[in-house]
Design a protein around this ligand. Structure first.
Ligand code: 5GP
Ligand code: ZN
Length: 112
């Protein structure tokens, strides 16, 4: 499968890693939209949030534990935003589920 985030997870494509364990990887976004812009992914391929099911959902709760840890370790004390784009009309360009963790500026709501 030609998936760039699978390739980042297995080391074929380099990335600046922020956190890694057996099932989750976090790395800096190539085109940051905030002073801190980190992508948090499961190492195993899940195409999108629409593909979360009982068999694969444990890693998603673990991702949110990792997000809380990254936020604490990086002093995102003023707040942070977590975004998941699911599907074409939501702007998902990489079809391997990922959560954008952004911090370091104010964010507007609702997101465009
Ligand atoms: P999406 O639009 O699918 O929600 O987000 C995809 C994100 O992946 C974008 O913010 C884009 O900048 C980032 N991205 C795409 N290719 C690469 C890459 O090769 N390396 C890194 N670090 N980020 C990437
Ligand atoms: Zn993948």
């Amino acid at each position: 499968m030609d998936c760039i985030f699978c390739k980042i997870a297995n080391g074929e494509i380099p990335a600046t890693k922020v956190y890694e364990d057996d099932t989750v990887l976090a790395f800096n976004d190539l085109e940051p939209q905030a002073p801190s812009h980190i992508l948090v992914i499961p190492k195993a391929h899940i195409a999108s949030a629409a593909d979360i099911a009982p068999e694969n959902s444990a890693v998603i709760s673990h991702i949110f534990e990792v997000i809380a840890k990254i936020a604490k370790d990086n002093n995102f004390n003023d707040g942070f935003r977590v975004v998941n784009n699911c599907g074409d009309s939501a702007g998902q360009t990489v079809k391997h589920i990922h959560f954008h963790l952004m911090a370091g500026r104010d964010f507007t709501w609702p997101a465009g």
